[in-house]
Design a protein around this ligand. Structure first.
Ligand SMILES: Nc1ncnc2c1ncn2[C@@H]1O[C@H](COP(=O)(O)OP(=O)(O)OP(=O)(O)O)[C@@H](O)[C@H]1O
Length: 618
């Protein structure tokens, strides 16, 4: 406000200087001129300082200004802002159009500039991580990454420098128009005839720009999605020799973004051309009409000069407002999807609202008449009326043809999805009534292809502990020893500090499995869900993994998707999945005795069946 006030006072004083030059007598001329110029220099100095402060404060609103007064309409928002500063309020006021589309946005605009971007990123990331697993089946990683980086950056641009420049332009235009009316009301009214058509043009322009910006961000997200998927699976791309095909696909996406950028350029060119032209028309009409007023002695030369300078400033401010408006519309466009994501409520909660955390857990698992279909394929049921009981402390091996739903059982127990009908209970409690954090803290998993994070081996093992920050080195080493991982880790030059690469690519399959077993050991869960590796490990590795698994299973309720005969033989019971339910369940020998049973047929087919076993079957 100070900066704009100074800028806008300049034409008035300069007009005074001109009138002084024209009208003063020679004695007092130089004295008046000197005092006017000194005063003007002081005013300009204040303006310069205010301008610098404006840019700095809008970027980093480190200073907290006490709010002096506020319009009643904002009271609701103000109550929700934990810490409120002057710039925060300006930001909220300017961004009020967002309000209609998204109420939660109010929370995020309490701080100016870069802090809004930081808040948006953090809230968006947290909202993404809260979503149910079914959401990630539908949404691709690349798109989410794009929302998190590109969309937030665009919104950031529209609310930082742009906001500050825009506010100044609005203040200057308002002050300029007021001063034009002060200097010459009739000339000002004449000039302002141009406003209604310009406002109409701006509305149409804003609408188109917003839609283009939304489409641009969507197609950018598609391009990022493609790039992310191909880069993270580079080995497959290389193995199939598809580098050029992938580049061509990416080029196609990038071309569409370029096409939209061209559309935007045409739109912007038209709008800015029109605003520039109308600015010049204003100046021309001021000269024409002002000249006539001067000739009829209704205006002095100083007044006309002041008016002309105000007209210039208003022209410049309108140009500034147009670009502010452009950026704001782009921000709205980019924001459309982002607000959706921020506001999305997960289908079932991550933690809040469910408080049941039983003190004692025995580990009795029960599926009662469970029916289930994945949310993305609702018409393809995986289970129908499936029932299965796993007594506490026992080992249940699950076998069945590929695609029969063995891994799905594990997902349901972890409550990654909810059954469509029926209930799953743990110690008699419906899993939907148990606090999800509590539930997952008592379940350990080791999957066929365990995923490790791209950090050190020690950090990957510590990830299993409820509070990975407090795990001691001894605990990590001990878990690694039980998991038969200690020796090979010590063999690496950097030992437990060895970084395993993205998804653990720098380790072999057997090594990854053993690290995952150590990670599960640190969690010390009551219930274990294991998916045995189907890929053949060499004899040495297989023995080590098997031994580690047996140690891990000791004293826990285990549901194991079994592929090895030894696992099946050692389990307390075997459940055979087929046709969307459990078709056989019992001890290994008992199931083998049923010559018509699916289990026996499966066993006969297994390539790993030992010769001795075949004889026993005969
Ligand atoms: N996230 C998902 N969304 C939709 N369908 C899925 C999803 N995951 C698995 N399916 C489908 O569910 C069915 C059961 O899959 P599941 O992975 O549970 O089988 P499985 O018995 O473990 O198979 P395998 O022995 O080959 O690993 C399959 O037809 C599969 O295509």
């Amino acid at each position: 406000m100070v900066s704009s006030a100074v800028t806008m006072s300049a034409p008035f004083f300069l007009g005074q200087v001109i009138d002084t030059i024209y009208t003063s007598s020679s004695e007092d001329f130089s004295a008046s001129l000197r005092s006017l110029c000194i005063m003007l220099s002081g005013v300009f100095l204040c303006g310069g300082a205010a301008n610098a402060a404006r840019v700095y404060l809008m970027q980093i609103s480190g200073e907290r200004h006490r709010l002096l007064s506020v319009h009643a309409e904002w009271v609701y928002i103000l109550n929700r802002c934990p810490s409120l500063d002057f710039l925060g309020v300006i930001t909220i006021v300017t961004l009020m159009p967002y309000r209609g589309t998204n109420r939660t946005f109010q929370k995020y605009v309490t701080l100016a500039g870069q802090q809004i971007v930081r808040n948006l990123r953090v809230f968006l990331f947290s909202s993404i991580l809260r979503q149910e697993v079914g959401f990630f089946d539908k949404t691709r990683t690349g798109e989410l990454i794009n929302r998190l980086s590109a969309d937030t950056a665009l919104i950031g641009r529209s609310v930082t420098d742009n906001l500050s420049d825009g506010l100044r332009a609005v203040a200057q235009a308002t002050a300029g128009v007021s001063m034009m009316f002060y200097v010459s009301p009739s000339l000002a009214a004449f000039v302002l005839l141009i406003v209604p058509p310009m406002a109409g043009l701006a509305v149409i322009y804003g609408r188109y720009l917003r839609s283009i910006s939304k489409r641009t961000q969507d197609s950018l997200a598609e391009a990022t999605q493609l790039a992310e998927e191909r880069i993270s699976n580079m080995r497959t791309v290389r193995a199939f020799g598809k580098e050029l095909t992938e580049v061509a696909k990416y080029t196609e996406k990038a071309n569409y973004v370029l096409h939209l950028a061209k559309q935007e350029a045409v739109l912007r060119a038209g709008f800015f051309g029109a605003t520039g032209l109308s600015g010049n028309i204003i100046i021309l009409s001021v000269l024409y009409k002002g000249g006539l007023l001067m000739a009829s002695e209704h205006m002095t030369v100083g007044e006309l000069s002041s008016f002309l300078m105000y007209a210039f400033w208003v022209g410049i401010s309108i140009a500034g407002m147009s670009s502010f408006y452009s950026e704001l519309m782009k921000g709205f466009g980019a924001g459309a999807r982002l607000w959706e994501l921020l506001d999305r409520k997960p289908e079932f909660p991550l933690n809040e609202g469910i408080v049941l955390r039983p003190e004692q857990l025995k580990g009795q698992l029960e599926f009662q008449n469970v029916s289930f279909a994945y949310p993305t394929r609702k018409d393809a049921p995986i289970f129908q009326d499936l029932s299965l009981s796993v007594p506490a402390g026992s080992v249940m091996a699950v076998v069945g043809p590929s695609g029969s739903g063995k891994s799905t059982l594990v997902s349901l127990l972890l409550r990654l999805y909810d059954p469509v009908a029926g209930v799953i209970t743990i110690d008699g409690h419906d899993v939907r009534d148990l606090n999800p954090y509590w539930l997952r803290s008592h379940i350990g998993t080791v999957s066929q292809e365990p995923v490790l994070f791209s950090c050190s081996i020690a950090e990957n093992i510590a990830y299993g502990a409820p509070d990975s920050g407090t795990v001691t080195v001894q605990e990590i080493h001990r878990a690694a020893q039980i998991a038969n991982a200690y020796e090979f880790v010590r063999g690496f030059p950097k030992g437990f500090d060895t970084v395993v690469g993205e998804k653990g690519v720098l380790l072999s399959g057997g090594q990854k499995q053993r690290i995952a077993i150590a990670r599960a050991l640190l969690k010390n869960p009551k219930i274990l869900l294991l998916d045995e590796a189907t890929s053949a490990l060499d004899a040495e590795n297989e023995f080590l993994v098997q031994e580690a698994l047996e140690r891990l299973m000791d004293g826990r309720t285990v549901l194991i998707i079994a592929h090895r005969l030894s696992t099946i033989q050692n389990a307390d019971a075997v459940a055979v999945l087929d046709q969307r339910r459990v078709v056989e369940c019992g001890q290994h020998a008992q199931l083998l005795g049923n010559r018509q049973g699916l289990f026996r047929k499966l066993m006969e087919k297994q390539a790993f069946l030992q010769e001795g076993q075949k004889q026993a079957l005969r």
